[in-house]
Design a protein around this ligand. Structure first.
Ligand code: ZN
Ligand code: ZN
Length: 757
């Protein structure tokens, strides 16, 4: 106040001023652990260094930031920071396109995105942000790999990958064109078999399932997040029973169709089930299984009609004497996991296709007799309730150069030798220039040639790198570590009080496509609990709460450059200001609904903020005039010095009640991250203030004395309520209303914040 200020709502000036003030007072630095202060870690998603912040990021971070600011406004200590997910194929492709090294490319992208996010005013603690491709950070992946390997949770297996003969490289699924050709040379792509490193998640599926019920009961996981975990888990309830090979072994088979046991026609075994080899013994069958595993099938053969089904030539017998042929096929895995199931063509379309392909007799007509048989069969044949999970072990290695080197060497005499923790990190050469052919790492002699840590003899480094999905397993942890401790050994880091203080994370806020990440993070947390470093998380759950929001679409379609329907946040911010854009994404839809973009939300929110700004300043001017030329305190006085009956007292009372009720509703909304409803309640609060103004003027012709003060009071509450959503404007209003700027954030109504220390 006092100095000359621009007239009217000028977001570009207000936002620049506030952001400078926040930097000046280091507003969003994570407080040091102090046990008596309520504290929480809010985890935003770790953005890919794609080069650009898109409107989906804006939505995600606007939700998380509003929650972070709300909690700070109530006096809580908040940790709100992220690491860039900087390894992986998109960076390699970006580097190829830009003719630079991936490390240069990701650094440039991260700088640009940081600038965009700062301009939006998100209250991240940038001191704690990092890139997963920094050597001090990716040693976390190497450390985790060794811990999990040691615990038997990482193992060497063989897997099928897409391979281009021309480019001499493996391809990710997004690099395979619709017709099954290579993205780069358009040549044919085939599946080949390669040794791969797998993460054994099967160990923790049951616990993840059971703990999910606890998550649901806590009320801190929203419906989209819970559903995503169920989808990844892929729990199937059914029955299992034993079948016997005449004179041979028994096999436990599963089916979800407990009421149709009598209609089973065959047994289907996953090629990844440990028992498959014992069954593929007949002449020719073993070879077929080997061929199937080595991916000797065309890439196009991926439909139920064409995926190989091997007839073992052997049969299993049901208790009623019915014999069922035993087949082996990958068609089990995606439906039931790596297991053995009954084929029930009458109940399952895939089973029906298999039966037809294998020339089985169609199932008999479904008469009463059959139904009676089914009903009785379960008990008679010893069926018991059972569960299977579709989620299966996944491959953590990739034949790519831009990733964390796997801390393994191959020694001529010792074989496969893991490095020890003291030998970390294995540094990734920074001068690699991927071209899309081969694996550049395999061509760098300095990298490949090494000595064996066990015998000192000649050894060769693993040239596969870790999938960036593996980095994501720990990406949520390092922000809990104070930056000055970041270079310590990981054993020291895990002993820090900071981790115990901030974990578990109070809330993840991420897109609904993060289900896999969160699932695997939950799995690995349980592993690290059992191994030791995270033993203080007794339930093995990294996230106490989780909010998944849906995407931002345009005309009901996904935004894409290809469709030309991309909304550019920079453009919107330049035109309307960051506060308007942030408010609009919260206003337009509940987080759990997809947000169909329309400019009308932006226009509506911009109009609202302009009105709040103008009205507040007009009232502040009124107050200044009143104070310069005071009427009596309270009601107006007439010429005869006779006090006029105060006809507006009940209106002031009503305004106070409206404010209290509004703040109450708003507080509940914020605690539950119902930002959409919260924004509406803030808008309603402003309507109430205008309503008060109108009624007073209807009675008295103008706003004076105690009524001005009442309006100013209410506008102060409004500024506080706006704080989490439009932080720049809210703080500026708060100051203009005569309050101090302090701490990180305008205080929540009714809260007084101590000056930040
Ligand atoms: Zn190719
Ligand atoms: Zn050796």
């Amino acid at each position: 106040m006092g100095e000359t200020r621009e007239k009217g709502y000028r977001p570009e000036l207000i936002e620049a001023r506030r952001q400078a003030a926040w930097r000046e007072r280091d507003a969003f630095r994570t407080p040091s652990p102090a046990q008596d202060q309520p504290h929480l870690y809010i985890k935003p998603s770790a953005p890919f260094t794609s080069g650009n912040v898109h409107i989906g990021h804006v939505r995600s971070y606007s939700i998380g930031d509003a929650y972070a600011r709300f909690r700070r406004a109530r006096g809580d200590a908040v940790l709100f920071a992220f690491g860039f997910d900087a390894f992986g194929l998109p960076a390699e492709l970006g580097a190829i396109a830009g003719g630079e090294s991936p490390s240069e490319w990701v650094a440039r992208c991260a700088r640009h995105m940081t600038g965009q996010l700062r301009r939006l005013g998100f209250s991240f603690d940038w001191e704690r942000s990092f890139m997963s491709s920094d050597v001090i950070m990716y040693r976390w992946s190497q450390w985790l790999f060794l811990k999990l390997l040691d615990a038997g949770l990482i193992y060497r297996g063989t897997g099928n990958v897409d391979w281009c003969d021309n480019c001499q490289t493996t391809l990710a699924s997004i690099q395979v064109e619709a017709g099954g050709t290579c993205w780069r040379c358009h040549g044919p792509v085939r599946l080949i078999e390669l040794p791969q490193w797998y993460l054994r998640i099967s160990e923790y599926l049951q616990e993840n399932d059971a703990r999910l019920h606890e998550r649901a009961d806590s009320g801190k996981w929203d419906e989209v997040a819970l559903a995503s975990q169920q989808i990844v888990l892929g729990r199937i309830d059914g029955v299992e029973l034993e079948l016997r090979e005449s004179g041979g072994e028994t096999v436990t088979v599963f089916t979800p169709h407990a009421q149709a046991l009598g209609r089973a026609r065959f047994v289907l075994m996953s090629a990844r089930d440990g028992r498959a080899d014992a069954w593929a013994t007949a002449p020719g069958v073993k070879e077929q299984l080997e061929q199937l595993r080595s991916g000797g099938w065309e890439r196009s053969s991926r439909e139920a009609e064409t995926i190989p089904v091997i007839d073992t030539g052997r049969v299993l017998e049901r208790a009623d004497g019915q014999t069922l042929p035993v087949y082996i096929s990958p068609l089990v895995d995606s439906r039931f996991g790596a297991t053995v199931v009954l084929g029930v063509p009458s109940e399952d379309r895939t089973d029906e296709l298999i039966a037809r392909r294998m020339g089985l007799e169609p199932a008999g007509a479904e008469g009463d007799e059959q139904a009676d048989l089914d009903a009785a069969a379960g008990e008679r044949w010893g069926a018991r309730a059972a569960v299977r999970y579709r989620a299966f072990d996944w491959v953590v290695s990739r034949q790519r150069s831009w990733g964390t080197p796997i801390p393994i060497v191959y020694c001529e005499s010792c074989g496969t030798v893991p490095l020890s923790a003291e030998e970390l990190p294995v540094e990734l050469p920074l001068d690699i220039k991927p071209t899309g052919t081969g694996n550049p790492l395999a061509e760098i002699d300095d990298f490949i040639n090494t000595t064996c840590p066990r015998c000192g003899g000649r050894a060769r480094r693993e040239t596969d790198t870790l999938d960036c999905h593996f980095d994501a397993l720990w990406l949520w942890v390092p922000v809990c570590v104070p930056p000055e401790a970041r270079a310590d050994s990981l054993d020291e880091i895990f002993a820090l009080a900071d981790l115990r203080y901030w974990l578990p994370c109070e809330r993840v806020v991420a897109g609904s496509d993060s289900g896999n990440f969160v699932f695997d993070q939950r799995t690995v947390t349980k592993a690290l609990r059992d191994i030791g470093p995270l033993d203080f998380l007794s339930d093995g759950e990294p996230f106490a709460g989780c909010l998944f929001h849906e995407m931002v679409t345009a005309d009901g379609r996904k935004m894409s450059k290809h469709l030309g329907n991309v909304v550019d946040p920079d453009e919107l911010v330049a035109r309307f200001g960051a506060d308007t854009v942030r408010l609009a994404v919260l206003y337009a839809a509940r987080p759990q609904k997809s947000l169909n973009w329309s400019d009308s939300a932006v226009l509506r929110c911009h109009r609202f903020l302009t009105q709040v700004w103008d009205y507040t300043h007009a009232t502040i001017e009124l107050q200044a005039r009143e104070r310069a030329q005071p009427t009596t305190d309270g009601p107006a006085v007439d010429d005869a010095d006779e006090p006029v009956r105060d006809t507006t007292e009940h209106l002031r009372l009503k305004l106070t009640q409206w404010c209290e009720a509004g703040v109450g509703r708003l507080t509940t909304d914020m605690e539950e991250l119902e930002m959409h409803s919260a924004v509406r309640n803030v808008m309603r609060l402003f309507d109430r203030i205008k309503d008060f103004d109108k009624r007073v003027r209807a009675r008295e012709g103008e706003l004076r004395g105690a009524n001005v003060e009442a309006a100013i009071e209410a506008l102060g509450v409004l500024a506080q309520a706006l704080g989490p959503f439009v932080p720049h404007m809210a703080e500026e209003l708060w100051i203009d209303l005569g309050h101090e700027e302090n701490a990180a954030q305008t205080p929540w109504p009714g809260v007084s914040l101590e000056l930040a220390v």
